[in-house]
Design a protein around this ligand. Sequence first.
Ligand SMILES: Cc1cc2nc3c(=O)[nH]c(=O)nc-3n(C[C@H](O)[C@H](O)[C@H](O)COP(=O)(O)OP(=O)(O)OC[C@H]3O[C@@H](n4cnc5c(N)ncnc54)[C@H](O)[C@@H]3O)c2cc1C
Length: 525
Amino acid sequence: MAEEFDAVFVGAGHNALAAAIHLGSRGWRVGVFEKNETAGGACRTEEATLPGFRHDLYATNLGLFAGSPFFAEHGAALKPHGLDLVPAEDCFASPTPSGRWFGVSKDIEKTAARAAALSPQDGERWRAMFAAFPAEAPHLFGLLGAPMSWRSLARLGWAAWRAKGARGSLDLARLLASSPREFLEREFEAPEVRAALGAWGMHLDFAPDIAGGALFPYLEGMADQANGMVIGKGGADTIVRAMVARIEELGGRVDTGAEVTAIRHRFGKADGIRLADGTEVTARRAVVAGVAPGALVDRLLAGTSGNASFDAGARKFRHGPGAMMVHLAMSALPDWSAGEELKRFLYVHLAPDLDMMAIAYAQAMAGLLPEKPLIVVGQQTAVDPSRAPEGQHTLWVQVRMVPGTIRGDAAGTIAATDWADAGEAYADRVLDIIETYAPGTKAKILGRYVETPADLERRNPNLVGGDSIAGSHHLSQNFLFRPFPGWARYRTPVDKLYLIGASTWPGGGLGAGSGYMLAKELAGR
Ligand SMILES: Cc1cc2nc3c(=O)[nH]c(=O)nc-3n(C[C@H](O)[C@H](O)[C@H](O)COP(=O)(O)OP(=O)(O)OC[C@H]3O[C@@H](n4cnc5c(N)ncnc54)[C@H](O)[C@@H]3O)c2cc1C
């Protein structure tokens, strides 16, 4: 007889784990089934280069997780299972080739002085924006943590209008509608300040001129100013190991090496899943899929949900451009030409101005390997030395944005159009760029491990074309339109079958939003 659970989950991404914990804590018996050998999806830590060097293969910044409503409710129960977070006071910095730079540290005096040195007006503007943040934050985080319905939007709009009046509410709406460039040119003079914030838009798929892209640069800048950044002690997978242990403590199960090949449904109602080895698992109350919409319909529902408009929405769901990862084991951190102080920052963005970001994005969207990509250099061992042997370091190098399918090379030097052949050559280009900002870096490399967009998708099918956020966040696919109009509340045309994960509202990142919001609705609280 098939094993029975109240809820079964397809995939052990952090949203599924969060939902399983919440339902488990409300007495549901949960089973999570993951195709990989470890849980966590795009939150995974491995000794990928050399023994003793622990690399966050994908996500590393745990700010969204630590600040999430899920963490507020369940974080205390994770700590006995080893959850350990490390704060970073010096958050992110962007040097330019000329050696000027701007960076955000938790100490407002340091940040404001750096801005003022570039432009006196920007120093004042930074202080004023930060002073206003406590009044803005509840509205913006309230929006990101709310289920997407007309009713909750109306409630949020009303609350904003009461607190801020008509003019203040308009300003908020204008921020939500603005592109990063519109917002940053409105607020700041110095190109270095604009670039340092604009780089955060590129962590989603917001190039400087994409409407709706101002929110993330604003929030990351202000939240990091207020709280600093946070990573996992020994690796981002501290959250995954603790979540799995908590599920087991609650009587649930997390099976790895267990690929789900089909969702069972009869008379329009889901009642379980089938695994690749033929095992049948029964779900009494819910089947929850944490997968990309296209995979739900085409792989797990054998081509149709029974609703043509849902199927079309799932197939036309837009993925963003790809990302590529270069992991390095290092004898020492880079010697940044812009100054010794940059060694202390968790993130160093090599993206000196908004125009170069716009060009890199346009090239990636046209299928070209960008000539000068945006590079994020994560220096985790600057704040968590436990990730490498004593005195040595890891570097987490993320390349944003690159095409999932290569049509050519904007620099005209890489002939290969297959990531298997182009990957190492493109990684060399990335290291050459780092070398121009920090001469001698290449000589410090002890080991390297590259994951191309194709590798990202192979290891996690949700990252279609290496799209690290599992679906574009542009306005036409966000808010009420995520994953597509009419289906923003995690339901599907099949009764008792739900879709969560980064492809659904509120999107990518480790904020556990979709899993937690669905679980609260299923459990009734
Ligand atoms: C390179 C990179 C860097 C990132 N950096 C950050 C960061 O610093 N901070 C941050 O907050 N976010 C970051 N993100 C985004 C964040 O990691 C993801 O948005 C988040 O992990 C998505 O979680 P999820 O719950 O949707 O599931 P996922 O993490 O996508 O996991 C889904 C899981 O489902 C499994 N699965 C899929 N189909 C099946 C099936 N049929 N059967 C069984 N299992 C299946 C997959 O193997 C996978 O393990 C990054 C992402 C990437 C790729």
